[in-house]
Design a binder for this molecule. Structure first.
Ligand code: PEP
Ligand code: MG
Length: 324
């Protein structure tokens, strides 16, 4: 199978009936980057910038941040990278960081919530990203957006950095700003959020955690609720439909998309961009190339009408009988 995946490296991820899917890679370290070429992924769909913050003994300096971002963009070459601004706070906190004690850190002071309260931290990171891009287009997105107002406030910080750059260096790089959709409230008011950004990316790990109210770090509950339950899939379906109605591209960067049955469900509801761990790119591409999208969509519509506890067994049977 591995040789087969390697042989597909330069082939497109396209279904038998011509639906083209963009397969992107999740990354967080410089050593992840060679996988971009090895797997044939089209982009880094999620670069987790917080890893640099969490691995060090102290806050990375502005210049250390800029250096890393430049190295990442250099390593990606012509392929785009979507940087996710630091999703730190609560449980993703390094020893040198301080913050409140929280009973429910996953729902606590983290991600964009923390960045909005720590303007210096956020603006240093944005400044580093803008400086690192130097002549190249730049894409980044904010984690854990809950309301449109938060996104607007974050964008004001970006504007301040763009103004600063203009005064010091001239025209800044072209910037695309995305919002992660990983909180049900954000998914529910998708059109309002979409209006404020250029693209959307569903963080399925957190979105499922909050949808099912089941801590992703607690084994006793994290596997109890299948993301392939009709409730979650229909919720995702509505989210994707709203994004399309708003005319904004939407991808899925939660790790579940690396599961081929989940990926089938995502395809069926109209997701055309999947960002997954490098090891999942080959298997997903092989799977996509064996599917007839029209048949899959019809089967999903049928399964959704059956009131099943999970789509998994039936979707698995369908895949096996269609040699997917
Ligand atoms: C997610 O929540 O699905 C996501 C991609 O972000 P992280 O796993 O880093 O929280
Ligand atoms: Mg997340």
């Amino acid at each position: 199978a591995l040789a087969h995946y390697a042989s597909l490296r330069h082939e497109p991820a396209v279904t038998k009936d011509g639906v083209r899917i963009e397969l992107q890679m999740n990354a967080g370290l410089l050593i992840d980057m060679p996988h971009l070429e090895e797997t044939g992924a089209k982009a880094v769909g999620l670069f987790r910038t917080e890893l640099q913050f969490l691995l060090g003994q102290s806050l990375p300096t502005a210049s250390a941040q800029e250096t890393l971002y430049r190295q990442i963009m250099d390593a990606a070459g012509d392929k785009p990278v979507i940087f996710r601004t630091a999703d730190i706070g609560s449980d993703k906190r390094a020893g040198y960081m301080t913050g409140p004690r929280e009973a429910n850190p996953a729902m606590g002071w983290r991600g964009l919530r923390m960045s909005l309260d720590r303007e210096g931290l956020m603006r240093t990171q944005i400044r580093a990203l803008i400086s690192a891009a130097r002549g190249r287009d730049l894409s980044f997105m904010f984690p854990l957006v809950t309301t449109r107002e938060e996104l607007i406030t974050a964008k004001k910080m970006v504007d301040k950095e763009l103004d600063r750059y203009r005064k010091l260096h001239g025209e800044p790089p072209k910037i695309r700003i995305g919002s992660m959709i990983e909180i049900p409230a954000a998914a529910w008011q998708l059109r309002e959020i979409a209006r404020e950004c250029d693209f959307l990316s569903i963080g399925g790990n957190d979105l499922a955690q909050f949808f099912f109210a089941a801590d992703r770090e607690t084994d006793a509950v994290s596997r109890r609720y299948d993301p392939l339950s009709p409730s979650f899939v229909s919720f995702l379906g509505r989210t994707v439909k709203e994004a399309k109605a708003a005319g904004k591209p939407i991808g899925y960067c939660g790790e579940q998309a690396g599961d081929s049955l989940m990926a089938l469900a995502l395809l069926a509801i109209g997701v055309e961009t999947l960002s997954v761990p490098a090891s999942a790119i080959g298997p997903l591409k092989a799977m996509i190339r064996s599917v007839t999208f029209g048949e899959l969509r019809d089967e999903m519509a049928r399964l959704m009408s059956l009131d099943l506890p999970s789509l998994r067994p039936a979707l698995g049977e369908w895949a096996a009988s269609h040699e997917v």
